[in-house]
Design a protein. Sequence first.
Length: 128
Amino acid sequence: MPKKKIESNDDSTDTPILDFDFGDSWEGESTLKVWCDGRDYDPSKETYRPVYSYSIVTPKWKYDANDIYGAPNELPNLGLASKSLFAFLLQCVEAKEESENYGLFPPQVREWANHFSDQITIKYTQIT
């Protein structure tokens, strides 16, 4: 199960964060964190949707992004956001070079996800 932490963001407010640990003797310890960055307004539908950020930190590199979105008028749900991110990571791993899913993430993230695909799958199924 992921560890749920409360950490302080740049605005000095408490932000719930889901924290996932990955590791082995070859790659070392890696951490993936997911948190809600607020809401995005869609004027054409007159709705708000949650925007999620995530960070993957390995011994060799760090990757940050904020390209996971919730459904319109959905309450923020870190579990659903994490499952979406894991699904995108696994799609990227399984994609052929000529498909659009191959380029979902930079090469180092794709290689990392490929190496930890079993752990990603297990964590995906454990999120409720």
